[in-house]
Design a protein around this ligand. Structure first.
Ligand SMILES: NC(=O)c1ccc[n+]([C@@H]2O[C@H](COP(=O)([O-])OP(=O)(O)OC[C@H]3O[C@@H](n4cnc5c(N)ncnc54)[C@H](OP(=O)(O)O)[C@@H]3O)[C@@H](O)[C@H]2O)c1
Length: 245
């Protein structure tokens, strides 16, 4: 455990899956930990209750960043943007347009807008600053039936590369990283396994992985993600957990 410091940590989507595991394995004693999600309920965690697929929620999160940073005068500030969704799974010409719009707003737009809000909130502050975006292998490989998910994760990676370069000119700058967590045993995987192989061919691979016990435990992946804070990685790094040895 790191000794007590004034530490602020936001995790989006800490109500379930990888986000809940990140909250459960936080390596800082006495940190103020905030979950940004709809359900909340994770023990020991404060909750900002928002639907991030609704653009009106983004200003609520921005205010939370600003107010807590002003009030807490922290030495270390971390935002892990982890919330994401596969819904709706299916070919772009078949799925519901309203659900598709929500997917684009959450996976692509919210990531960039919340990331920008965080950078503005920490800009010029004399504290250690980290922004970690949770991406996916789907950023690099087209998966039929997941078009807006794949596009959203590709957008996250390119956003991180770009603002990462910008932050390299700041002192202190925010260290911005994108991490692909690999295949993890969460509700998102269950949704993928339930999809039709006709609409989502890659679902066969994930059914097989689960049958063979090849899905990673969320806590294992969470610990690897936390370890990134201590690694010597330039701002703008895009990596996969399997690259972290
Ligand atoms: N599982 C995998 O194999 C895998 C692989 C590659 C990448 N990833 C990425 O890892 C991250 C976590 O995935 P997971 O598997 O843990 O997913 P999960 O079990 O489905 O959990 C998703 C989390 O995102 C939050 N979320 C979803 N929609 C939201 C919305 N509209 N507003 C606010 N929060 C919302 C959920 O909270 P509420 O429902 O409470 O709002 C929940 O906490 C995602 O970015 C995902 O793309 C996962």
């Amino acid at each position: 455990m790191t000794p007590l410091r004034r530490i602020l940590v936001w995790i989006s989507g800490a109500s379930a899956g990888l986000g809940a595991a990140l909250a459960a394995t936080i390596p800082f004693e006495g940190a103020e930990l905030i979950d940004i999600s709809r359900r909340g309920g994770t023990p020991g965690v404060q909750h900002v209750a928002v639907d991030l697929a609704d653009p009106k929620s983004w200003a609520v999160v921005e205010n939370d960043f600003r107010q807590r940073i002003e009030a807490g005068n922290p030495e270390l500030v971390v935002f892990i943007h982890n919330a994401g969704t596969l819904t709706p799974l299916g070919s772009a010409d078949h799925v519901d347009t309203e659900e598709y719009t929500r997917n684009v707003l959450l996976n692509s737009a919210a990531a960039q807008v919340l990331g920008q809000s965080f950078l503005r909130a920490v800009s010029g502050r004399d504290c250690e600053q980290h922004l970690i975006m949770v991406s996916s292998g789907a950023a690099n490989r087209p998966h039929e039936g997941e078009s807006s998910y794949c596009a959203g994760k590709a957008a996250i990676d390119q956003w991180v590369r770009t603002v990462g370069l910008e932050q390299q000119h700041r002192s202190p700058g925010c260290r911005v990283i994108s991490v692909s967590p690999g295949s993890i045993d969460t509700d998102m995987q269950a949704e993928l396994r339930a999809a039709s192989p006709d609409e989502v061919p890659v679902s066969d691979r994930f059914r097989e992985m689960q049958a063979l016990g090849h899905l990673a435990k969320p806590e294992t992946v969470a610990r690897t993600i936390w370890s990134l804070l201590d690694r010597d990685l330039p701002s703008g790094t895009v990596l996969h957990v399997r690259d972290v040895t």
